[in-house]
Design a protein. Structure first.
Length: 329
């Protein structure tokens, strides 16, 4: 049932993607605000309480609904899994930004590409040269593909194998949302926020993402240039502040033959050339250098798209084989 649910979710999401500013996303924002307002008293240990309530309450509700529907009908349980996956997994939840940037660059409109990148990642891209602009687009697209697709895929399959239905997908997606939301709130400084919320939510997400990030990197290596991907993984993962991001991006860089990272990349800051609200770990702020490979070019955007889709096909084939073996066994 896991294979069928994922396949149907990907098809439905391609045909009718979840629109921007949808009610579910707005509800998640309201939910995160409510839990922080009612469970955070400003102390460090309260951050864990807020995180647990924010993440596990929707997961428990999803598990209860799945268990109830599963008792009634397998078809209803499949439909519920499909609904949850439609809300949590999919390329089209972020790919419109990537497509708009690629189209703008193909038309020679770099200013529009910078504006779209700024809207997408909430960073100041107004002074980025073309090569750096392409590098950031590639890095953010790879991370988004992992967090919106491969990470959710792994936890959904694991949860389904344990009889928990879509709980794994909900926990992963809510954890990623919390890490991103509270980091943005603190860096945007739109309202007082307990700094421990960002640190604890990112620590929790790092643990949940430990295995999925390595599996995604392994998938990139298998469907890309395997030798270069593995060598880049071993030698260059430390260029990024967050180990999970470093492993993922270095493997992808080797698989595609593109240079990512960069000692000349602007550092985090509040100035015109800084990244006041860029999420930690998504930019190589250590300034230790770049991965081997060609400088980012427009052609690499299509290479990255091909790498991601081939990797998705690989994992779907493996899931299909496991499902078949389970049926025959």
């Amino acid at each position: 049932m896991s294979f069928l649910a994922v396949l149907l979710a990907l098809i439905v999401e391609q045909l009718r993607p979840l629109p921007q500013g949808n009610p579910v996303h707005e509800a998640l924002i309201d939910w995160a605000r409510w839990t922080a307002r009612n469970f955070d008293a400003g102390r460090e240990h309260h951050a864990w309480v807020v995180w647990a309530v924010t993440v596990f309450t929707p997961a428990l509700l999803a598990w209860g609904a799945f268990a109830l529907l599963h008792q009634q009908s397998l078809l209803l349980a499949l439909g519920f899994n499909l609904l949850i996956l439609y809300l949590t997994l999919g390329f089209r939840q972020f790919s419109h930004y990537f497509t708009d940037i690629r189209d703008a660059l193909e038309q020679g409109d770099e200013d529009r590409a910078r504006r779209v990148l700024q809207e997408w990642r909430h960073l100041d891209a107004s002074e980025l040269p073309r090569t750096e602009l392409l590098r950031h687009v590639i890095e953010h697209a790879l991370l988004a593909a992992h967090r919106h697709v491969f990470g959710v895929f792994f936890w959904f399959v694991l949860g389904s194998a344990l009889g928990l239905g879509p709980v794994g997908a909900v926990v992963y997606r809510m954890s990623e949302f919390c890490a991103r939301y509270w980091a943005f709130k603190i860096r945007a400084q739109t309202a007082p926020v307990n700094g421990a919320l960002m640190l604890r939510s990112q620590a929790a997400f790092s643990v949940l993402d430990h295995v999925p990030a390595r599996l995604t990197a392994a998938g990139f290596a298998v469907v890309g240039n395997f030798e270069e991907a593995v060598d880049c993984w071993r030698q260059c993962a430390g260029l990024w502040k967050q180990s999970n991001d470093g492993i993922l991006l270095s493997a992808a860089a080797g698989a595609c033959g593109v240079s990512l990272g960069g000692a000349d990349a602007p550092t985090l800051g509040s100035g015109a050339a800084g990244y006041a609200v860029a999420l930690p770990g998504e930019l190589p702020v250590d300034g230790q250098g770049s991965t081997p490979g060609a400088p980012p070019a427009l052609s690499h955007l299509r290479t990255v798209v091909g790498l991601v889709w081939r990797s998705m096909v690989l994992w779907m084939m493996l899931l299909a084989l496991l499902s078949l073996a389970n049926r025959l066994g």
